[in-house]
Each structure stands twice: as structure tokens, then as C-alpha cells.
Design a protein around this ligand. Structure first.
Ligand SMILES: Cc1cc2nc3c(=O)[nH]c(=O)nc-3n(C[C@H](O)[C@H](O)[C@H](O)COP(=O)(O)OP(=O)(O)OC[C@H]3O[C@@H](n4cnc5c(N)ncnc54)[C@H](O)[C@@H]3O)c2cc1C
Length: 459
């Protein structure tokens, strides 16, 4: 595929270990110690003599924490993101599996659209685990890097000189502190206050784009007795045409012999909010495996979460930004979570940061090259999950094709493979517009769609 952005995406997604390079930064400070902050800190450790991560929560041992309220909900680590994590933390997958994460090979997972089982697409394996477990594994690996330290504290502002950020202000245990910084990364999530701080300092506030999603999540854990060759992950997605109040349901086997089951709905529709409703729906509205995973009893209660919108901050379009400052992860773009792109985007942003710092950038100027690279990743995820509403014409075409292709993925293995590579963030969405895909799309449209799997019915 020849598009420039597809080639840039491929370069960002490389799994090669870059050669070592003399460190050009003194102290780099990362604000926020969740997935995006941990990944950025790992990359910065190659370029700064010391890296300081300021996180307001105490490090919790694989348990949900206050600063990440969505951490209780089911999280998919897409292959595109996992490859980047393995790149920056070699053998991460191996270690996560040894610590309890579960393998879901292509044979061990299934995907349904409106009750119809899709043909097998990508051969990529995924690992399944809870969000706090994944973050805990990343944190352990990061803290083993000698030039990284953490401060438990709340970042309260930035200090600038005429052209660049120079320090971070924070508050820890009731005491105010200042950390001098030769580079700062905002990883404070979607509610980051960086834009306010920039405006207060006389810089541009990056334009914010929002798209209403109003998605409601309900997630619960169930007891699991592992069985040989069982299905360890299943995705059942429901189109709006299918009717009913469901966006979809997913189950994963996760660490400590548990199943995690999630149900989602849009707007006022909140399926699966009680244990009774979730169990009933798993038995009545979804393929038989969903009934099986809820058979051995719930652990705790159903936990819910609502996300009102997808949002992105257009740093690449801001004309007046200080030098030595970037933002990563949800602080830049947070997507409709049903597509599972957040952690993988954060990992790819870290790879953009590596490319930027390896390009011998002029550190007295804004990090435009970084934001341009990052925009390729953000646009790719956005075009898949947020649809055409805010995208350019070319992206609208890609989004339209995506909708057509979803139907073809049910019956055509080659289309299914490209589509999954794109939704797994392994390949850029422009690959969906390749002539070979379009030809197969036409022939797939003539094929008969199989009947929905029992007991799934039109709701
Ligand atoms: C319901 C739901 C389901 C999701 N499912 C998936 C999925 O399946 N797959 C996937 O990849 N992604 C998923 N995501 C997205 C994913 O959770 C995030 O994209 C990912 O965690 C990266 O987040 P982040 O590190 O940028 O920000 P966050 O995880 O939000 O972390 C921000 C961090 O900054 C800290 N912080 C904030 N302010 C300050 C401050 N002033 N000082 C110091 N620290 C501060 C917070 O305590 C927190 O630790 C989902 C999101 C939601 C809401």
C-alpha cells in the first residue's frame, strides 16, 4: 500500500529495537503513571539521564485505582499495541502469561456480528487479562529501569521560559514541589488540564474535537474452571440495524481463573447492569459460550461505567506551543472504548516519541514532528472508531468502506484478515481501500450470509 500515512504508520509500528544513542536530555518528567505515561517513560529512559513519573495515585498492586475509574471495565490489548509493548519491554507477553494472563489464539476466540460467526481473519494471538494487571506488569518493568523514579503527587502546573517548558509544579502529601524538566510529557488522561495550563501561560490551547458516543459499559467477573482447548475470548457485536439495546458483549478468560464479561449499550440503553440481567442476557441473547461462562457464579458485583464522548486534542494544529512538551495517550485522544484502541494507541504514541527523539530534533522549537507522527496514529484509530463526522473527505471514504467491509468480513477470510489487522492497529486503515480488497468485497456481497448462531435472535 503506497499512501504516505500508511507508510508512516508502518514505520511507527516497527518492532525493531533502535540502536542506542547518547542521551540528549537531563531530566524528563512524565505527568501521569498509567499505561500511556509508563510507555512514554520507558522510551524517555533511552534519551534522558533521569526520568521522573509524577502520579497522584499510590501504586496499587494490580487492583483498580481511583485515578483510572474505567480500570474496572473489560480491556482488550490489541496485537498492534502488544507488539509495541514487547518492543519497549522485551518478553512482556511471555512474562504476563507466566504471571497469569491468558492466551487467546485465533483458534481460541470467536467474533460474531449480529449473531453470525465471522470467518477467521487475523492469525494474531491476543493475551487477555484485566486492565490493572496489564498496567501492573508495565509498572514493574518500568521501575526496573535504573534511571526511572516515581513521585506520588498531583501535578499542579508548568513553568515556562520564553520558548520552552522548564519545570513541573506538583503537590505531594500536602507539600508543594518543583521538578526542573528538560522535557515534559502529559499523560494525565482525557481530563488532563494541560490545555488550561498552556492558555494560562500565554500559549495556544489545542483545539478539541468531541464526538458524542454515550456508551454504557457493564462488566462483571465470574468463576472459571479452565478446560483444555476452550474458547478464551469471544466478541459478539450488534449493529444498530439488528435492533435491541445492545452494542455488544465480550468475554475473556483473565488471570486467577476468572471470566470477565462485558456488555455495552448506547444512550439510555444500559444492558447488563444487574447480575440477573447480565446472566439472563448471556444465556438468552448471545451464542452458547456466553451462557457457559456465567454458569459458575459471579464474583463481586456488576460494575458500570459511562463514557459520554470520543475526544481528541489537535496539538498538531496549534500554532504556538512551548518547546520540549508533548502529550500522549488519552490526553490527546480517547476513543469509543468498544474498539479497544486506547492502550495500543498509547503504546504507538511512545513509538512516535522514540522516532521524534531519534531524529535529532531542534529542542528549542515546538515538537511539531512528534505531533505530526502522532496524528497519523490518532487519525487511524479515529477513522475506525469515530466514523466520518469530523474527518476529511478521504477519511469519509475510508469510513464508508469500513461499513461495507464489515459485512464482507463475515464470509471472506482475506477481507476479514485485512479488516482485523486494521482494527487490531497492526496496519493503517488505507489498506482497506486497496483494489484487491475492493474486488473481494464485491464478490463477498454476492455470497449468502449464514444464519445467526442459536440462541441469538433478532432482539
Ligand atoms: C470503559 C472503557 C473501556 C476501555 N476499554 C479499552 C480496551 O478494551 N482496550 C484499550 O486498549 N483501551 C480501552 N480503554 C481506554 C484505555 O483505558 C486508555 O486509553 C488507556 O488506559 C490509556 O490511558 P492513559 O494512560 O492515557 O490515561 P489514564 O489511564 O486515564 O490515566 C491517566 C493517569 O494520570 C493520572 N493523573 C491525572 N491527573 C494527574 C495529575 N494532575 N497529577 C498526576 N497524575 C495525574 C491519573 O491518576 C491516571 O493514573 C477503555 C476506556 C474506557 C473508559
Amino acid at each position: 500500500m503506497g499512501s504516505t500515512r500508511a507508510r508512516t504508520f508502518a514505520r511507527i509500528s516497527s518492532v525493531e529495537q533502535p540502536p542506542s544513542k547518547p542521551k540528549q536530555l537531563d531530566t524528563a518528567v512524565v505527568l501521569g503513571g498509567s499505561v500511556a505515561g509508563l510507555m512514554a517513560a520507558r522510551v524517555l529512559a533511552d534519551h534522558a539521564h533521569s526520568v521522573v513519573v509524577i502520579e497522584r495515585d499510590e501504586a496499587s498492586d494490580d487492583a483498580p485505582r481511583r485515578g483510572v475509574p474505567h480500570g474496572t471495565q473489560l480491556h482488550t490489548l490489541l496485537p498492534g499495541g502488544r507488539r509495541q509493548i514487547d518492543r519497549w519491554f522485551p518478553r512482556f507477553t511471555e512474562e504476563a502469561l507466566a504471571a497469569g494472563a491468558v492466551w487467546a489464539s485465533a483458534e481460541q476466540r470467536s467474533t460474531y456480528i449480529d449473531g453470525v460467526r465471522k470467518v477467521r481473519g487475523s492469525d494474531a494471538d491476543i493475551i487477555t487479562a484485566t486492565r490493572p494487571f496489564i498496567e501492573g506488569q508495565l509498572r514493574r518493568r518500568l521501575l526496573a529501569v535504573p534511571n526511572v523514579k516515581t513521585i506520588t503527587g498531583r501535578a499542579t502546573g508548568l513553568t515556562f521560559d520564553d520558548s520552552a517548558v522548564t519545570a513541573v509544579r506538583y503537590e505531594s502529601g500536602g507539600t508543594a514541589g518543583v521538578e526542573p524538566a528538560s522535557f515534559v510529557v502529559d499523560a494525565m488522561g482525557r481530563s488532563s488540564r494541560l490545555s488550561d495550563w498552556l492558555e494560562a501561560g500565554g500559549w495556544d490551547r489545542p483545539p478539541m474535537i468531541r464526538q458524542v458516543t454515550g456508551i454504557n459499559y457493564a462488566t462483571a467477573l465470574f468463576c472459571r474452571t479452565p478446560e483444555p482447548a476452550e474458547r478464551t475470548a469471544s466478541f459478539a457485536l450488534c449493529s444498530t440495524e439488528f435492533g435491541g439495546d445492545l452494542a455488544g458483549a465480550v468475554f475473556f478468560a483473565v488471570e486467577n481463573d476468572r471470566w470477565m464479561v462485558m456488555m455495552g449499550g448506547y444512550g439510555d440503553l444500559r444492558p447488563g447492569r444487574t447480575a440477573e440481567d447480565m446472566i439472563r442476557r448471556c444465556r438468552a441473547d448471545f451464542p452458547a459460550d456466553f451462557g457457559r461462562v456465567v454458569a459458575n457464579g459471579i464474583i463481586g458485583e456488576v460494575l458500570t461505567y459511562r463514557q459520554a464522548d470520543s475526544r481528541r486534542r489537535e496539538f498538531a494544529a496549534a500554532a504556538n506551543l512551548p518547546a520540549r512538551l508533548v502529550a500522549v495517550g488519552d490526553a490527546v485522544a480517547s476513543f469509543n472504548p468498544i474498539y479497544g484502541q486506547g492502550m495500543s494507541s498509547a503504546a504507538l504514541h511512545a513509538s512516535c516519541l522514540s522516532m521524534f527523539l531519534r531524529s535529532d530534533p531542534a529542542l528549542y522549537a515546538p515538537a511539531q514532528h512528534f505531533f505530526d507522527l502522532q496524528r497519523v496514529v490518532v487519525d487511524a484509530a479515529w477513522s475506525v472508531s469515530a466514523g466520518p463526522a469530523t474527518a476529511g473527505r478521504r477519511d469519509r471514504v475510508t469510513s464508508w468502506l469500513t461499513r461495507q467491509i464489515v459485512d464482507a468480513t463475515v464470509v471472506d477470510t482475506k477481507v476479514a484478515r485485512v479488516f482485523e489487522d486494521v482494527t487490531h492497529m497492526v496496519r493503517h486503515p488505507d489498506h482497506l481501500a486497496a483494489p484487491a480488497v475492493l474486488r473481494r468485497l464485491l464478490s463477498a456481497q454476492r455470497r449468502r450470509r449464514p444464519a445467526p448462531t442459536a440462541p441469538m435472535r433478532s432482539l
